[in-house]
Design a binder for this molecule. Sequence first.
Ligand code: DGL
Length: 275
Amino acid sequence: MTDSERAQSSNRPIGVFDSGIGGLTVLKEIIRMLPRENTIYLGDTARVPYGTRSPETVIRYSFENTKFLSTKEIKLLVIACNTASSISLDAIKKSVSIPVIGVIEPGAKAAVKATRNKRVGIIGTDATIMSNAYTNVIKALDERIEIYGIPCPLFVPLVEEGWTEGNIATLVAKEYLKGIKEKGIDTLVLGCTHYPLLKKVISEVMGRGIRLIDSAVEISDEITKTLEALKIIRKEGNRPVRKFYVTDAPQKFLKLGERFLGKKINHIEKVTVWI
Ligand code: DGL
């Protein structure tokens, strides 16, 4: 690649997709680590949740999202959704020529590094836990690690209602996490886009000394390394462009999204990504 081609590639945006709004927790970390990068976010708000759907459907949705983002000349694709990453990452990687990064591997690697007693808990949607994606990556890295997975589907609507603290969130967390707590884990993977917003409650319920792994934080490291290796980090000083696309209800996304992102959302557009 010549210097000018590299500069051109650097300016192309990072594409991020999620089933809806939750992936903004991932985008937030990407922006924190790589503030100069142009970004395009697609939230498939018309078809959320993915976590209760069959693998075939999640794969189809993931392909349609990827196709849409590919028309935007992205230089790297991030699958911010844990459910979509669990089920469709390999297939998507094979279908495009740009690097594709999902949340599972970075989160799993961080858990392996963090655990001292080799007992790790994973929480996520039904589809993520059923897929065993985290378990497979963790076991491949260290087969001695014992893994306990629990789906916590109610955490998603709780976060979307804004009930990230207080009695209800604590009660639900206590109920979901009691089984996993009894297993004596020392590390818990927050394997869903929404769960980082419940970190405080989850940490209180799990008690001191339990390390929470936030896949959103871990993936940003992986993205930085990939862009560095390809020498396509954007270095230009002018303001990066951030575009947001949704498949339904842009106003609702805007309202909730600014809370998830902790930033103002300026450009938002409703699009159709399927035929
Ligand atoms: N984004 C999904 C995930 O991380 C959670 C919401 C959904 O079920 O679509 O698994």
